[in-house]
Design a protein around this ligand. Structure first.
Ligand SMILES: [Zn+2]
Length: 275
């Protein structure tokens, strides 16, 4: 495959579930994304929660106006408990009802997915999943043993398209990390370790500008997002600079569903029996 970049945005309440009540201030940054997408001819893939679709019909209009591919991101973005499968089903149902199409792709909230959930997704008609971070998140999971390129999990035909990480050091190539470490640092790391052929780049609406609801975060998450929200006059410049950088390197922007269709034959199969 030629060098490919998928710009995948997660559309959900501001800062995931970290605010005491769902807020969607970040949706106002979608106009910035539209401007950048049009200027550089980007194909945007959006993973949207069912509740976000229900509460914000204007988000559907914004995404359609930039010709984004719209896929599923669960109903309420919960990450624990026995009701996760129910939440996935509810998200797919909301997607069908509000968009009139079946979702073909799925991303789990915070990338927390189990094999059982993958099998459920496949039964529901989902063709690809993009939830695995092949790296270590202390306290969350260790997925260093997972492939960094698309693969099949044994016993299922669903294609997993993992998030991009820097080769060898496995640092996620995502907007939140770029805002945290600075694009300059990323450029040096790319020079040292190279770039993967396929980049599934992850970002969120609330990262694309100064997001007012930041002030309502509790102390710890506030520290986590401090640099992104307070260090940049306009946090979207970090995104736009990366877009320019990666297109300059010869990468082509594609929808994830198109990459999926290109991939299907002879994928690597990985054994995975747990969560
Ligand atoms: Zn999310």
């Amino acid at each position: 495959m030629e060098r490919t970049v998928c710009f995948s945005i997660d559309v959900e309440p501001d800062f995931g579930n970290l605010l005491p009540k769902d807020q969607y201030y970040g949706k106002h940054h979608l106009s910035t994304l539209k401007r950048i997408a049009e200027q550089y001819d980007l194909k945007i893939t959006a993973f949207v929660t069912g509740k976000t679709l229900e509460d914000n019909p204007d988000i559907i209009d914004s995404l359609r106006s930039m010709r984004a591919e719209i896929e599923q991101h669960s109903y309420s973005h919960i990450t624990n408990g026995n009701s996760k499968i129910k939440d996935i089903a509810q998200g797919i149902e909301a997607h069908k009802r509000l968009l009139g199409t079946l979702p073909l792709g799925y991303r789990a909230p915070k990338g927390i997915i189990t094999k059982q959930e993958l099998i459920y997704l496949e039964k529901s008609g989902i063709k690809f999943d993009s939830s695995i971070f092949p790296t270590v998140f202390p306290g969350r999971y260790n997925r260093v043993g997972f492939p960094t390129e698309p693969f099949n999990v044994e016993g299922s035909n669903i294609v997993e398209m993992p998030f991009a990480t820097i080769p060898k050091v496995r640092i996620p190539i995502s907007l939140s990390y770029m805002q945290l470490l600075g694009l300059k640092m990323f450029r040096s790391l790319f020079k040292l370790f190279g770039l993967p052929r396929l980049i599934v780049y992850d970002f969120h609406t609330f990262e694309l500008g100064i997001t007012r609801s930041y002030n309502e975060l509790k102390l710890i998450p506030r520290l986590e997002y401090f640099r992104a929200q307070r260090n940049y006059k306009d946090p979207a410049t970090v995104f736009e600079e990366f877009v320019k950088y990666i297109l300059d390197k010869g990468y082509r922007s594609k929808y994830m569903i198109d990459v999926y269709r290109q991939l299907i034959p002879n994928l690597h199969v990985r054994r995975w029996n747990g969560d």
